[in-house]
Ligand binder design. Structure first.
Ligand code: HEC
Ligand code: HEC
Length: 205
């Protein structure tokens, strides 16, 4: 009986302190991230319980939720998540859409402004997920346009993959086609255990 009372008192105290933390500034973001992560964790349950809950992948970068972005920037290639590059790099890309890696990807001013806002707001250097944070160092500083595939993190993760499985593989063609090997890339899942290279199969290293 004595312990029950202590438990209740402790419970009330901890609820009260949670309340205090919640009302302090900054909680809003955290709460959003937590909810967000849960949403995508539950989405991953289709991988089946046989893999074990601890192996279930979750979103490494926040999936694209902006339909304007998806339509305008996902037509020629995979709609890269904003969390794959830091703000600086996205700004440089948005500043030179007329000369976009050999293509003209220019947009009218209103659309460009909207997309720029979406990219900068959700960029790698603003993300909380650790894999998105790993992209926040960005692409090599050079005269060339930034590339996700030129970031140190990207290169570190992919250097073991032989070129013949990428450029020499009609099912892939280029490292820029994330979704060719990362089948759940659109959901923001890049977990190495989910990689299937076309014509090769699951990646085991
Ligand atoms: C007219 C077609 C076209 C449109 C529209 C387009 N892109 Fe691209 N984009 C390309 C091409 C071509 C490449 C180079 C792909 C390659 O090297 O395999 C590219 C490459 C990229 C890369 C570098 C990928 C890497 O290798 O790391 C990023 C980032 C990118 N685009 C972002 C965007 C954004 C943001 C938009 C919308 C504002 C956009 N693209 C719209 C054609 C387009
Ligand atoms: C040719 C197939 C292929 C393509 C295309 C590809 N990847 Fe990968 N990726 C892999 C493989 C294989 C690994 C695991 C490498 C290892 O651990 O040895 C990996 C690992 C990763 C990881 C680390 C995952 C982890 O569990 O640590 C990230 C993040 C990632 N890729 C992102 C991307 C992004 C973003 C793109 C597109 C710009 C992309 N990849 C394109 C095959 C690919």
């Amino acid at each position: 009986m004595k312990y029950t009372i202590i438990t209740i008192v402790l419970g009330v105290v901890s609820i009260a302190s949670i309340g205090a933390v919640m009302s302090s500034s900054g909680w809003g973001d955290r709460e959003y991230e937590d909810r967000y992560e849960k949403e995508y964790e539950s989405d991953d349950h289709e991988y089946g319980p046989s893999r074990g809950a601890w192996l279930e992948p979750r979103a490494d970068v926040r999936p694209v939720k902006n339909e304007t972005y998806r339509t305008e920037c996902g037509g020629c290639h995979f709609a890269y998540q904003p969390g794959l590059l830091p703000r600086n790099d996205w700004a440089r890309i948005m500043d030179s859409l007329e000369e976009h890696y050999g293509d003209d990807a220019s947009l009218d001013e209103i659309l460009a402004k909207q997309i720029r806002g979406y990219l900068l707001e959700n960029a790698a250097d603003r993300a909380s997920q650790s894999r998105a944070r790993a992209f926040s160092a960005g692409s090599d500083a050079s005269d060339m346009l930034p590339r996700i595939t030129n970031t140190n993190y990207f290169r570190r993760e992919h250097y073991e993959i032989p070129v013949r499985l990428v450029r020499g593989n009609s099912g892939v063609g280029s490292f820029s086609n994330c979704q060719a090997c990362h089948r759940k890339a659109d959901a923001g899942i890049y977990n190495e255990h989910q990689v299937v290279i076309p014509g090769v199969g699951k990646w085991d290293d």
